[in-house]
Design a protein around this ligand. Structure first.
Ligand code: FDA
Length: 319
């Protein structure tokens, strides 16, 4: 109930207007967001790299409402890629298709994806498409497939274990060479689309983990790129220790190489676990968001864990 309300608020323009005006809200968000600028994100990534962690850089933004904003977002991603290459960090990029105008015009978004992916390919970087709410899933898969048709091979995508359809979708895109980030899913979906019970989302997560590992193993289980620019086919995006333990156990059982099994987590969450996995020898990648459009991302993080709301309110009382 609280989760559904928060996810509704994450999309409400009126709530965004109010909350982004509160200084304490920005301060609370800073736990999950590297800063407003690329330079702040860069500093964060450099310190993660020093600790043996890779990054995936996300310039915050989603659901743009006009083509100018969509063009601007694409241009900014290309500039970000240039800066990343200049400074040499162990990172790839993640983006949202609705930030590039998916809801306005598929072809406009496709064009931008081609340009971004082509610049990323010059630098040997893989671009990850985040997965958004269920009405965008068909078009995200179509985007992946159309990019492949025109020879773009450095674009991967994320999948959500809460969706009933994900297993069937993975069986289509894995043989097409998709690199996958598996996550549970952060939106509010109706019960005809997504498992309503957390136990089922978790069980499906493990099932899909095994499916992705099996497929990657059959294809030679390419390890993570040591420069951090290309995640392997199998990236497990969760902070849930039971899901992580299952992935490790299953991988060992089928002799899946450790460096082909990447764990991914969000900035500001379970940094102890991130470091422990690095110590064990797994590739670990941290999702590092930056930018001024932090509101929806932040409210989804609150929705995931009600305890975060108390942290948010304590910042309010501190003024
Ligand atoms: P779960 O919610 O069961 O949490 C397990 C434990 O993790 C908790 O007990 C707590 O300790 C910790 N934790 C989880 N969330 C926390 C939070 N917000 N604050 C503090 N602690 C928290 N979703 C999506 O729909 N599309 C996408 O593209 C992505 N991309 C993505 C990338 C990466 C790298 C990650 C890790 C996650 C995503 N997600 C996502 C978000 C994902 O779908 C999910 O909402 C969150 O990861 C929370 O779920 P967990 O798997 O961590 O499990």
């Amino acid at each position: 109930m609280l989760r559904a309300l928060l996810i509704y608020l994450s999309k409400a323009t009126w709530a965004r207007r109010i909350v982004t005006g509160w200084r304490f809200a920005r301060r609370s968000a800073s736990r999950f967001i590297a800063g407003d600028t690329f330079d702040e994100a860069l500093e964060k990534i450099q310190s993660l790299n020093e600790e043996g962690l890779f990054a995936t850089l996300d310039h915050l933004g989603e659901n743009v409402t006009n083509t100018e904003e969509a063009h601007k977002a694409a241009k900014e991603y290309i500039e970000i890629l240039d800066r990343m290459e200049e400074v040499g960090i162990k990172s790839n990029v993640s983006l949202k298709l609705t930030q590039l105008g998916l809801e306005l015009d598929f072809d406009l978004c496709f064009d931008s994806m081609k340009r971004i992916a082509s610049r990323a390919a010059e630098y040997g970087i893989m671009v990850r498409m985040d997965i958004e709410d269920s009405p965008t899933v068909d078009r995200t898969i179509l985007m992946f497939q159309k990019l492949r048709e025109v020879g773009v091979t450095n674009v991967g995508m994320a999948f959500q274990s809460y969706l009933y359809r994900s297993e069937a979708d993975l069986k289509v895109v894995l043989p097409q060479g998709a690199h996958i980030r598996l996550c549970k899913g952060a939106y509010n979906e109706p019960p005809d689309v997504a498992f309503p019970r957390k136990a089922d989302v978790d069980a499906n997560f493990d099932k899909l983990t095994a499916l992705i590992i099996d497929s990657a193993l059959a294809d030679g289980a390419e390890p993570a790129d040591p420069n951090g620019k290309v995640p392997p086919v199998t990236a497990i995006g969760t902070h849930d220790e039971k899901r992580i333990a299952y992935a490790k156990r299953y991988a060992e059982q089928v002799n899946f190489p450790q460096r082909a099994l990447e764990f991914q987590m969000l900035l500001g969450i379970r940094s102890d676990l991130q470091k422990a996995l690095v110590k064990m020898g797994y590739p670990v990648r941290i999702y590092v968001p930056f930018g001024t459009e932090w509101y929806p991302y932040f409210v989804r993080r609150l929705a995931e864990r009600p305890a975060n709301l108390w942290f948010f309110l304590s910042n309010f009382f501190r003024g």
